[in-house]
Structures are given as structure tokens and as C-alpha cells.
Write a protein that binds this ligand. Structure first.
Ligand SMILES: O=C(O)CCC(=O)C(=O)O
Ligand SMILES: [Fe+2]
Length: 335
């Protein structure tokens, strides 16, 4: 069976017109500075004193200034990450027919032809599915490649553990009790993004500028290509791919709960001409019925609430009727 999308991509010398974004959306300038100021936080000593308090401060400052940081020595075994990438690589190599899910409750595979903004497609294939409750969701994950469920389950378990640790550090930085975010972080959604090589990266995008509608997102990126860019003070900066690091970003829900102290930064994925890039995003989300609002202890007369309380599923609903809405920065009550 022919793989329409990939075949179309790999055989082209130039970008087809319907993959070329308008000058206002396309990256244009590819030589943006690789950022070495987005903090890389070493979690090795996160349980020790006095190291813990400087780790808490580093994360808080990163969340304030960039909305992004990376973590190393995070405890996710290298082989778990490697096996997960390998299984996704095998998945994307399958035929279009095998990648598509026939059950409306199952995983969602999107080839690049499914995406459009103003009639333009993203230079990306992706697969996504829910991971909570894990046992139940797994029954609706791909069964091909044969190791898919086993390998991705192990990865999701690691993400659950790590997100719990990171959220405790974030709570400490905000002055919230350690478990404040526990109930608001029970749901995981996984998306694997696959961006093939592109002959003219300055015209295309793997992902348009967006904010994540999550509480936080944990991203594993593979390879040497710098594909992730973050908007910081009006300028795009590249997040360096570091071996064995994970990228963590503040999502819209955490910006709201922190009453704007931490920021959900706009970001995008650019393509490159020399290697296929894969990233695995785990979105840590509240349950559908959770109420998301600025934490009471962060609000007083001099710090009035900057965001209205919302039921999380309203974000999901909004994103269903207008995908753009939920992925914009959260609406401040004052703007
Ligand atoms: O591929 C990347 O680096 C970015 C992925 C991303 O932002 C997302 O999946 O929301
Ligand atoms: Fe994102």
C-alpha cells in the first residue's frame, strides 16, 4: 500500500503550494538564535536540602520568564525513551491504512493532508490518544506495531511519576501546598509528532504558533534538529535539543491557577532539510469537570484574580468548535 503523504514529501524538490504558509505565518528567517538561557534543571538532588530550594527557584523563574525549561537526571530510564521512539518510528512507517483507527473512540492519526489553515497543510503526521484511565484507554491504542501498547504504557507511567514530582516543585515555588495540583493533573493525553525532512523549511511549519491548553506539557524530542521555537518578548528562540533531556512547558491551566505568575508561552515547530524529527508530547490535564481558577492563596486585594473560573471541559468544548481558541493564551479579565 502506497504511503501517500510520505511519498509526496520525500520525492519533492520544492514545497507544494498547499504546504507553503503565507509570509505572516511561515518561519522565513531560519537562523534564529539557539537559546542557551532557557534553564536546564538538574533534578538529581531534588529531594535533598539545600539543593531542593534552588531547584524550586530555578523552575519558578523559568516558568515566569520563558514558560519553558528542560530537565535532566529526571529518572526516566533511557531505554524507555528509546523504545518509545522506536515504536513510534515503526508506527509512522506503516501504511496509511494501518495507521488509521477504525473505531471513533480510539486513537487519532492525522496525516499532513488532514491539516489546514487557510488551505495550507502542516508538514507533519501525528498520532494521539488518551492515557487515563490507563488500563481502559490502552484497549483502544494501536495494536500494530505489536509492542506498541506495552512500550507506550511504560512511557506513560514514567510521565505520570515525573509530572507529579515536577508539579510538587512548581507548587513549592508558588507557595502552594505540595499536593495542590494533584487532583488537577490526573489526565494524560499523548501526541507523537513526526516531521519529515523538508526541502524548503523557511516556507513550512510542523506546528503553527500555539499555547498548550494543558496544565503542563512534558516533551521528549529526538535527534539533533532544533525544531521547537518559543516566543519570548516578541522574538522566536530555539529550544536546544539536549541528549536525555525533557522539555517542560507551562500550559494555559497553570497560567490561570498561578494567577499569571507563570506563563503559558506561545511556541511552534519548524521543519528542517536534513533529518526527520520526532517529538512526543504528554499533556498533563485536569479532569473534564475540574474547575480551574486562580489559587485562592495567590489572590488578595493587591493581587486580584486575573482570570475567570472555568470548567476544564469548556476548554475542550471550545477547542472542538474553534481549535484556535483553546490554544491561545488564556483570556485575562483585564485585557
Ligand atoms: O514538536 C515540538 O517540538 C512541539 C510539539 C508541541 O508543541 C505540541 O505537540 O503541542
Ligand atoms: Fe505545544
Amino acid at each position: 500500500m502506497e504511503n501517500q503523504c510520505v511519498k509526496r514529501w520525500f520525492n519533492v524538490q520544492s514545497v507544494p503550494a498547499d504546504y507553503s504558509f503565507s509570509p505572516k505565518d511561515r518561519p522565513g528567517q531560519l537562523q534564529i538564535p539557539l537559546c542557551d538561557t532557557i534553564p536546564v534543571v538538574d533534578l538529581q538532588n531534588a529531594t535533598k536540602s539545600p539543593e531542593r530550594s534552588s531547584i524550586v527557584q530555578e523552575i519558578f523563574k523559568a516558568g515566569q520568564e520563558y514558560g519553558f525549561f528542560q530537565v535532566i537526571n529526571h529518572g526516566v530510564p533511557e531505554n524507555v525513551a528509546r523504545d518509545t521512539f522506536n515504536v513510534f518510528k515503526e508506527f509512522f512507517d506503516m501504511s496509511e491504512e494501518d495507521k488509521k483507527c477504525k473505531d471513533s473512540q480510539g486513537w487519532i492519526y492525522m496525516g499532513s493532508t488532514d491539516y489546514a489553515k487557510d488551505g495550507v497543510h502542516l508538514w507533519r503526521d501525528s498520532v494521539k490518544h488518551s492515557c487515563h484511565p490507563l488500563e481502559e484507554c490502552m484497549q483502544r491504542w494501536p495494536q500494530k506495531p505489536t509492542l506498541y501498547r506495552e512500550v507506550v504504557e511504560a512511557y506513560v507511567e514514567e510521565m505520570k511519576r515525573l509530572s507529579g514530582r515536577i508539579l510538587e516543585l512548581i507548587c513549592e515555588g508558588l507557595g502552594l501546598e505540595a499536593k495542590y495540583l494533584e487532583d488537577l493533573s490526573q489526565v494524560q493525553l499523548l501526541i507523537c509528532n513526526h516531521y519529515p525532512r523538508c526541502p524548503e523549511p523557511s516556507l513550512t511549519l510542523g506546528l503553527l504558533k500555539h499555547c498548550d491548553p494543558s496544565l503542563i506539557t512534558i516533551l521528549l524530542q529526538e535527534g539533533n534538529a532544533c525544531g521547537l521555537q518559543v516566543l519570548n518578548n516578541g522574538k522566536w528562540i530555539g529550544v536546544a535539543p539536549l541528549p536525555n533531556a525533557l522539555v517542560v512547558n507551562v500550559g494555559n491551566q497553570l497560567e490561570i491557577i498561578s494567577n499569571g505568575r507563570l506563563k503559558s508561552a506561545e511556541h511552534r515547530a519548524v521543519t528542517n532539510s536534513y533529518e526527520t524529527r520526532t517529538s512526543i508530547a504528554t499533556f498533563i490535564n485536569p479532569c473534564h469537570n475540574s474547575i480551574v481558577e486562580p489559587a485562592k492563596v495567590l489572590v488578595d486585594e493587591s493581587n486580584p484574580p486575573r482570570f475567570a473560573a472555568t470548567i476544564y471541559k469548556d476548554f475542550v468544548y471550545k477547542s472542538e468548535i474553534s481549535p484556535d481558541e483553546a490554544t491561545k493564551p488564556p483570556k485575562s479579565l483585564y485585557s
